[in-house]
Design a protein around this ligand. Structure first.
Ligand SMILES: CCCCC[C@H]1O[C@@H](O)C[C@@H]1SC[C@H](NC(=O)CC[C@H](N)C(=O)O)C(=O)NCC(=O)O
Length: 221
């Protein structure tokens, strides 16, 4: 079968969680990077962007947009979405929490320098006092290797992605979270994820000024 094809900027943004989930599922994918406004306009003119937005993932004969819709589809398709409705809604709760945290980080490259400082301080506060505190308690109460049931799921992938992103902002963020530290090691050693964490994988680097400039150029904002 044809490999999924991802259309986005050469950076993390909203597409990175989709790359992580495909990689965790062991699914190879292709990418087209938007560098010029014309590429975006052509995708839109060709009717491939439902609401005129990216991420766009073309797979299984469909043109999929809306990040959450794509992630839900992938999680279900690759059996990373729990064994029943109750596990699925728990995965949804955990995933939405990590996405809220990661979206705060995704938007910082577009903030002015003074706003950026304030935003980073808020991100660290939320990460420590809210999100990581909650996930440490979940791991303690659940007492299993994985967040939901006793099986690797999408929720585990998202939390690892979020942990690594926050550690890039503050390397010692897990010093008060021993269970999260052990979780990070455990999930990082899952073969498909271990491979994605190796240099040369399709994982993207932290955003830099060039990434923000390209996004502003392509989207003209
Ligand atoms: C100030 C905010 C800038 C964010 C710009 C982009 O860079 C990424 O880091 C985040 C976004 S992604 C690009 C943006 N896409 C979205 O906002 C998608 C939102 C949708 N709900 C989703 O979840 O996929 C885009 O195509 N906009 C064109 C435009 O709406 O006309």
């Amino acid at each position: 079968a044809a490999k999924p094809k991802l259309y986005y900027f050469r950076g993390r943004g909203r597409m990175e969680s989709i790359r992580w989930l495909l990689a965790a599922a062991g699914v190879e994918f292709e990418e087209e990077f938007l560098e010029k406004r014309e590429q975006y306009e052509k995708l839109d003119k060709d009717g491939r962007l439902l609401f005129g937005q990216v991420p766009l993932v073309e797979m299984d004969g469909m043109m999929l947009t809306q990040t959450r819709a794509i992630l839900n589809y992938l999680a279900a398709k690759y059996n990373l979405y729990g064994k029943d409705l109750k596990e699925r809604v728990r995965i949804d709760m955990y995933v939405d929490g990590t996405l809220d945290l990661m979206m705060m980080i995704v938007l910082t490259p577009f903030k002015s320098p003074e706003e950026k400082e304030e935003s980073l301080a808020l991100i660290m506060k939320k990460a420590k006092n809210r999100y990581f505190t909650v996930f440490e308690k979940i791991l303690k109460d659940h007492g299993q290797d994985f967040l939901v049931g006793n099986k690797f799921s999408w929720a585990d992938v998202q939390l690892l992605e979020a942990i690594l992103m926050v550690e890039e902002l503050n390397a010692s963020v897990l010093s008060d979270f021993p269970l999260l530290k052990a979780f990070k090691t455990r999930i990082s050693n899952i073969p498909t994820i271990k491979k994605f964490l190796q240099p040369g994988s399709q994982r993207k680097p932290p955003p830099d000024q060039h990434y923000a400039d390209v996004v502003r150029h392509v989207l003209q904002f």
